[in-house]
Design a protein. Structure first.
Length: 204
């Protein structure tokens, strides 16, 4: 059994939850004992949230969600790799999730580190270097457009990640093409708590 939400309905539900969070009127839905029992043998999330691992970007909180509502994948700087792609393809092809949100945020440490590396030519060590290398194309694209602020680069990186996801996964690209799934790039504002749509594909 899959969710009955359309991509547009799923996005609207996220927007409504985020509006409650911003206004301080969160409902904290689907977090009780009864909901926990309902989900023992099944799950039907209506959205995938692929976000940065930053501690200030807890997806279920900022969208006012509960257990079983969202399939959440997080890496520093929402960097794609094979494990992420496999997780997202599972959500779309097995769970039938109609919406993938790529969630970035202002003052992102991973994007800031990449900006500094591009500016100075000094790369960080070991696996942090791998993150920076994967974010570098987004920073360069932003600089080509004369957008030099970190938060401009965050928005560009969300857009670029959406594009790379669709280029990398035939499973997800096909789901977008047949309108069963949409992929959206979203930028989150830490101070006001608001999630802003910055790019997307497949949202009718």
């Amino acid at each position: 059994m899959t969710t009955t939400f359309s991509p547009a309905q799923a996005w609207q539900r996220l927007l409504e939850g985020n509006a409650r969070f911003v206004s301080g009127e969160a409902l904290h839905p689907n977090q009780g004992v009864e909901r926990r029992s309902e989900l023992v043998d099944t799950q039907h999330p209506f959205a995938v949230i692929f976000g940065c691992a930053d501690s200030r970007l807890a997806a279920e909180i900022i969208f006012d969600l509960g257990l079983g509502d969202a399939f959440v994948v997080r890496t520093a700087g929402h960097v794609l790799d094979d494990a992420v792609l496999g997780s997202l393809e599972y959500a779309v092809s097995v769970l039938g999730v109609p919406l993938i949100v790529v969630l970035g945020h202002d003052n992102c440490g991973a994007v800031t580190a990449t900006k500094d590396a591009v500016r100075t030519g000094d790369m960080p060590p070991r696996f942090i270097r791998d993150l920076v290398e994967r974010i570098t194309p987004s920073v360069l694209a932003s600089l080509r457009d004369d957008k030099t602020e970190v938060n401009d680069m965050v928005i560009e990186h969300a857009r670029q990640t959406v594009d790379r996801l669709l280029e990398s996964s035939q499973v997800i690209a096909s789901a977008v093409k047949d309108s069963s799934t949409a992929v959206l790039g979203v930028a989150y504002r830490l101070e006001e708590g608001r999630a802003q749509l910055v790019s997307g594909s497949g949202l009718l």
